[in-house]
Design a protein around this ligand. Structure first.
Ligand code: FHN
Length: 595
């Protein structure tokens, strides 16, 4: 018997030893099916609420009686406030009007499916009662956790609860570096290993206390002390606490600036996070992304920020994002008293009224089947949704290249049937004389099968006469390539490189030639030339600041003498010693009158 027990013990010890040496699981290694299942609710949701709330709502953009420029949640940095002064805000944080059920109702009514709230922003203040620090809501007159009530209210409303967590921390004694503006702070001992232990303990508190969560939304990953290895480790740690959780790409170092998508490589993070912008084009199936956008210009509340986007802008932004297969995470910055600014509430209620009628054209849809179309489109099996924002002159919406048989068409609002026919040999739908919705009128086109569209060669728009040539459609010769990340022809390293198109022109005449390009500082000063027929126009390339900042440049005018297929080519010469020429997104020929 004793021998038996010793045998069992030995086996148990061996198992423990093996487990101890077994490498931690790398959750990045999951099958496409597992990943798709985990991302399914996110892909279906399309629309969420971002909430930036914390001590910074108290000063609300003003310090010592002076307005502080920049976003409200950065006031500690922008106004160079030492921690000893900033932490005095703790004694003033008492959001007596906080009503998490009302916040959840506002999000639900707007058509949102998830909420992402700042559990801890860069200033390090924690909105829950953390055992790991006293720099939290327990040290304020409010005195108790703010997040669990919101999690319960969100779930009661059928929403996913998600948390934002900043890696960068301006108060923690071990975070490296100490903020430059607070060099005199005593007791600071930079030690990122100790700080990571702090973060992991807090993340365990949050996931075990508020979970299950939809998303852990990391931010503040850009400082050099945060490394790729730490990012992968943190991703795996969070997934080990809740394997089903989704983690954005800011947990690691792969995010490419404000454009937000993840660089190629082994970076951790489940989706890209464009910030304050919508990518110019969608991404292939399986590439998930979410644009986070403010309703005015700040994330955290600022009393003097009145630069509110209109309801039409916000609805069209939601449509734009959905038509490219992404999500919109729209921000509110609650006031110190716990109320959401009325301007935000008004806009969300108006978006909700639109979503009440049109949600099926957004939620659960996938990206447009068209490479390019005058209107944004979304789709689901059996139905193509055309989001019409203005009435074409002839009253018809053309569906060039649609590969499905069209069965019928109707206005989503009210169900009015619409006439289906052909225009220029392509399936088309006739619109009512007046579009019923000033923001976006959705036309639901019932089709056989999943909506698809055959690529159409570049052609002049019969209505506007404009010739639009995308970089992605060009034939490339020489050392240059199309890059999805910037939706442009980049890596343009040779002066004999060129992009060529063949375009069908039905309305010849005089055209103004312009390009849409971006140019890093190192490439400033090159020249570009566009040739059509035997005419060439050229221009000087000035830096646009980055490879993601695109602008238009008019090169000049030329004539296309007759109907037919014409070659267009773009080439250029780099400035001496410049590494590359530019990022070319498009060439456009705009009519300026007959020959
Ligand atoms: O610095 C933050 C900023 O305050 C805000 O939280 C945004 C939201 O995506 N993220 C960082 C800037 O990229």
């Amino acid at each position: 018997m004793m021998k038996m027990r010793q045998g069992v013990m030995a086996a148990a010890l061996a198992a423990v030893a093996a487990a101890a040496t077994e490498p931690a699981r790398d959750y990045r290694r999951e099958s496409p099916a597992e990943r798709a299942a985990r991302m399914a609710w996110f892909q279906e949701a399309r629309f969420g609420m971002f909430i930036h709330w914390g001590l910074y709502a108290i000063p609300a953009g003003e310090w010592n009686g002076q307005p502080v420029p920049g976003v409200g949640e950065w006031i500690m940095s922008r106004a160079k406030i030492p921690l000893s002064e900033y932490r005095q805000l703790l004694s003033r944080f008492n959001p007596t009007a906080y009503d998490p059920s009302e916040w959840a109702r506002i999000a639900k009514r707007a058509g949102m499916q998830y909420i992402v709230i700042t559990s801890k922003h860069h200033d390090g203040f924690c909105l829950w009662d953390s055992k790991e620090t006293d720099y939290d809501v327990a040290s304020t007159p409010w005195g108790r956790d703010l997040l669990k009530p919101l999690a319960e209210a969100a779930r009661a409303a059928g929403l996913k609860m998600c948390l934002y967590y900043s890696i960068m921390d301006w108060q923690h004694p071990n975070y490296d570096p100490l903020p430059s503006w607070d060099a005199g702070r005593s007791g600071h001992r930079p030690d990122m290993d100790a700080y990571v232990r702090y973060m992991k303990a807090q993340l365990r508190e949050l996931i075990e206390g508020m979970g299950p969560l939809g998303i852990l939304w990391f931010d503040g990953e850009w400082e050099p002390t945060w490394t790729h290895n730490r990012g992968v480790d943190l991703y795996n740690y969070v997934r080990s606490l809740q394997p089903s959780i989704i983690v954005n790409n800011r947990v690691d170092k792969g995010r490419k600036g404000m454009a937000g998508m993840t660089a190629e490589g082994e970076f951790a993070g489940d989706y890209g996070t464009p910030e304050q912008e919508v990518p110019s084009r969608g991404f292939p199936e399986g590439v998930y992304w979410e644009s986070c956008i403010t309703m005015n210009d700040t994330w955290g509340y600022k009393k003097d920020d009145h630069d509110w986007k209109s309801v039409t802008q916000l609805i069209r932004m939601l449509v734009d994002v959905a038509s490219k297969g992404g999500n919109l995470l729209l921000n509110v910055g609650p006031k110190a008293d716990g109320t959401i600014p009325p301007e935000s509430v008004e806009r969300l209620e108006a978006m909700g009224r639109w979503m009440e009628v049109n949600a099926e054209a957004i939620r659960g849809t996938t990206a447009t089947p068209f490479r390019r179309h005058r209107f944004r489109c979304t789709k689901r099996p059996g139905c193509l949704y055309v989001h019409v924002t203005e009435r074409p002159a002839d009253g018809w919406v053309s569906l060039p290249g649609l590969t499905n048989r069209v069965l019928s068409a109707r206005l989503l609002a009210g169900g009015t049937s619409l006439t289906v026919g052909e225009r220029n040999g392509e399936p088309a739908v006739e619109l009512p004389t007046v579009l019923p919705d000033p923001h976006v009128t959705v036309v639901a086109v019932s089709v056989e099968g999943v909506p698809g569209a055959a690529a159409r060669p570049p052609a002049q728009d019969p209505e506007t006469g404009v010739v639009h040539l995308d970089g992605e459609e060009a034939r490339l010769l020489g050392d240059l390539k199309y890059e999805m990340a910037t939706d442009s022809i980049g890596e343009w390293r040779s002066d004999d490189g060129r992009a060529e198109w063949t375009v069908k022109v039905v309305q010849p005449g005089r055209f103004r030639v312009e390009i849409e390009y971006a140019c890093e500082k190192a490439s400033d000063g090159g020249t570009v030339q566009v040739t059509v027929v035997d005419q060439a126009v050229s221009g000087q390339l000035k830096t646009t600041g980055s490879s993601h900042a695109f602008r238009r440049l008019v090169l000049g005018e030329l004539t296309i003498p007759s109907v037919g297929e014409w070659g267009v080519s773009a080439r250029g010469r780099r400035r001496e010693s410049a590494p590359t020429l530019m990022h070319l997104r498009a060439v456009r020929l705009l009519p300026v009158g007959g020959p």
